[in-house]
Design a protein around this ligand. Structure first.
Ligand code: PMP
Length: 413
């Protein structure tokens, strides 16, 4: 079999940048994986790597988990796409709504990107207002409304973060810093045309960056006072921080929620859900359009149901995972110059003297030092997401031998 460098050279002639999603373009070339089991990826060179990326979050139970695999396999025997409704989608919808007190109804889509895109359209359709607010550094997928760089202040209009995004459209997206309720209050009090505030309750795409005490409650109160819908983007935190995600953990009821990743057991999924009166605006019940060939596809539904059942039967995994990231934190020397941040099975070592509280602070991290650490970890057989600004994850498949390796790597921070 070809090695990774040869494969990447060929890929570059067929796939832009050689990859199918930009973060995979590790320099000078990415390693190619031929198989994965439990917490371990095996490359085409037969190198085994402890995986703390886990497909960027969905694989809470590790790779090729036997329970999820059995559910997918038995569904495959019955076909994997019908183009008609199935009992499976009722079952999974009941489970997900049951796990999230804020959700009366939901719509299944195929990715987190589609979920936030649809949730924002729904917020505009429901409120009749035009603008949205997001958090600086917050990532909600690769669609026009949310691909907006941090502006130079809370009240500035957004500027596109990608060629091809119309400035006219980007101007309808505004930004506020995370952990800054005053900036949100000021922005909302000066604008009466804001449909929604979308936020990752625990920032995962430059983090984890944790909410200050009381921040999320303040966000709920401020948005409610200004009649602005609150959208919790729990694509990462959903089922990662516990059943019910951040909203149950912090006891907040957003108006709308987006999910993805773990909710589909590792197959492609997106979910947006919330209060009945809002969701009933979605077509064909209402005038806000959403559709998809692969929405609620039976294979994903089967995987999601299996994941959901497993989590309800083994809710103790969350405490166990929390204990494991604590062990990694303890391995970091008290003399280390950076800061270890964790929440449950999300963790990160920031090359900054204190934990970042927002995007501006996250950008102050020493990314060269991160790169050196990342390379050292890889040589020691540990694959961390290849950016200072991506959360690391643990799965239930990370056992003693993987933990020993991780403790070793983090003791050298
Ligand atoms: N929202 C958040 C918080 C995410 O982290 C991501 C992806 N990492 C998305 C939305 C987009 O999800 P997807 O990649 O499934 O489109």
């Amino acid at each position: 079999m070809s090695n990774s460098e040869t494969l990447f050279n060929e890929a570059k002639t067929l796939l832009p940048g050689g990859v199918s999603s930009p973060v995979r373009a590790i320099k000078p070339y990415p390693f190619y994986v031929k198989s994965a089991k439990g917490a371990v990826l095996t490359t085409v060179e037969d190198t085994n790597l402890v995986d703390c990326c886990l497909g960027y979050g969905p694989l809470l139970l590790g790779h090729a988990n036997s329970v999820i695999k059995a559910a997918i396999s038995s569904q495959l025997d019955n076909g994997w796409l019908y183009g008609t409704p199935t009992e499976l989608e009722i079952d999974l919808a009941k489970r997900i709504c049951g796990d999230h007190p804020s959700m009366d109804m939901l719509r299944f889509v195929s990715t987190g990107t589609e979920a936030t895109m649809a949730a924002l359209r729904l917020a505009r359709g429901f409120t009749g207002k035009t603008d949205i607010v997001k958090v600086e550094g917050g990532f909600h997928g690769a669609h026009d409304a949310v691909l907006i760089a941090a502006g130079s202040g809370a009240t500035t209009h957004g500027t596109p973060d990608s060629a091809g995004v119309l400035p006219d459209f980007a101007a309808h997206t505004r930004q506020v810093p995370y952990n800054d309720p005053e900036a949100l209050e000021e922005l909302l009090s000066k604008n009466d045309n804001i449909a929604a505030f979308i936020i990752e309750p625990v920032m995962g795409n430059i983090g984890p960056i944790l909410p200050d005490d009381g921040y999320l409650k303040a966000v709920r109160e401020i948005t409610a006072a200004h009649d602005v819908l609150l959208i919790f983007d729990e694509v990462i935190t959903g089922y990662r921080l516990g059943i019910g995600g951040a909203q149950v953990k912090f006891d907040i009821r957003p108006d709308l929620t987006t999910l993805g990743k773990i909710a589909g057991g590792g197959l492609p999924i997106g979910v947006f859900g919330g209060r009945r009166e809002i969701l009933e605006m979605i077509s064909p019940a209402g005038p806000v359009y959403n559709a998809g060939t692969f929405n609620a596809n039976p294979a994903t539904m089967a995987a999601g149901i299996a994941m959901n059942k497993y989590l309800h039967m083994h809710e103790d995994i969350y405490a166990k995972l929390d204990e494991r990231t604590r062990q990694i934190e303890e391995a970091v020397s008290s003399k280390a110059s950076g800061t270890f941040v964790r929440m449950g099975s999300m963790f990160k070592y920031f090359f900054r003297s204190s934990a970042p509280r927002n995007y501006t602070e996250a950008k102050q991290c020493d990314t060269d030092a991160f790169r050196r650490f990342w390379e050292k970890a890889l040589s020691a057989g540990v694959f961390l997401p290849p950016s200072q600004f991506e959360t690391n994850f643990l799965s239930t498949a990370h056992g003693e031998s993987e933990m020993t390796k991780l403790v070793q790597v983090y003791s050298q921070c």
